[in-house]
Design a protein around this ligand. Structure first.
Ligand code: 13P
Length: 316
């Protein structure tokens, strides 16, 4: 059942974080729903602009509607990941999305405020909630690439002003994570003091962590052993998810890790079965492996096991 992102945040705040997982194709959708139902977790499906361009936005919507029927027990929200203004309006008007992210974080503060406010006004008129971003994450994500010298962490006081002026419903803050598989060259340093300071200034306001894939080293090693070349790939320590959730982080974005599972399964499969050209064979392995991976993330996020209570609270 598709619910609003706001409803899920109200249930999760301060206790656990919702996994926000990106989707692009059928296998990913099937594995994602299976993993969330298996671990009894509510979740958020993210659709990026890249995903909408990869096949067709209607294909993604149709897959989600079908999965909603196949996995009738699932409770989830549908969210636009890293939208520009135009894509946000398209999603708001479609009536399909629970929430949109307007990412105007590369603009100066005043412009970010103005753009975000315009999107919030249009979204709220249609009952859609809005995630905004302040501060800038590094890394590469689809068509967005941010150089190291442009990265800056979120200023908590500015965040409080931004939230007040824009009326946004949640805020992605930059605390040292970055998108992609190469997050840290040295040791990992996440700035939880920023999250704490925002929570102190605006108690109860839902925060979002982007760039949170853990880039499991076992996956990286297996990919490299099967012909890959991912040297130095590193991610976030996933035991940090739950402490972040306790500080008001309600949504934790994980995309890269799912791609790593896909890459490992397919590289190993075709290495070990060079005679095979039926893509359904590794596709089936991937669906099962991805479901297991999702369930393991939900344990770390603390969202596993909360589905019955969400059903009861939302009358689902
Ligand atoms: P990762 O690249 O760490 O998976 O982050 C994904 C993300 O933040 C999507 O918005």
């Amino acid at each position: 059942m598709i619910v609003t992102t706001k409803q899920l945040f109200e249930q999760a705040y301060g206790e656990y974080a919702l996994g926000a997982y990106n989707i692009n194709n059928t296998e990913q959708v099937m594995g994602l729903f299976q993993g969330n139902v298996d671990s009894q977790a509510p979740f958020i499906i993210q659709i990026s602009r890249g995903a909408r361009a990869y096949s067709d936005k209607r294909m993604l919507e149709a897959m989600i509607r079908a999965a909603d029927e196949i996995f009738a027990e699932a409770v989830f929200a549908v969210h636009l990941d890293h939208g520009d203004e135009e894509t946000c309006y398209d999603c708001i008007e479609s009536g399909f999305y629970s929430s949109v992210m307007i990412d105007a974080s590369s603009f100066p503060f005043e412009e970010n405020v103005a753009i975000t406010k315009r999107v919030v006004d249009r979204a709220h008129a249609s009952g859609v909630s809005v995630e905004a971003e302040l501060g800038q994450l590094g890394g590469v994500e689809e068509d967005i690439s941010v150089d190291e010298d442009q990265v800056h962490l979120t200023d908590p006081k500015q965040a409080a002003e931004f939230i007040e002026r824009t009326g946004c419903d949640s805020l992605a803050c930059a605390i040292g994570t970055s998108h992609g598989a190469f997050k840290f060259s040295g040791s990992q340093s996440l700035h939880f003091e920023i999250v704490k300071a925002i929570q102190y200034l605006i108690p109860g306001f839902p925060l979002v962590l982007h760039g949170s894939s853990s880039v499991p080293q076992e996956e990286v090693e297996r990919i490299n052993a099967a012909g890959g070349a991912l040297k130095g790939a590193r991610g976030v320590d996933p035991t940090q998810y739950l402490p972040a959730a306790k500080l008001g982080v309600c949504k934790i974005n994980i995309d890269t890790d799912g791609r790593l599972v896909w890459t490992r399964v397919h590289r190993e499969y075709f290495r070990d079965h060079p005679e095979v050209f039926d893509f359904r064979k590794p596709g089936k392995v991937y669906m099962d492996e991805y479901a297991r991976f999702i369930a393991s993330r939900n344990e770390l996020l603390g969202s596993a096991g909360h589905l019955p209570e969400v059903h009861a609270a939302l009358g689902a």
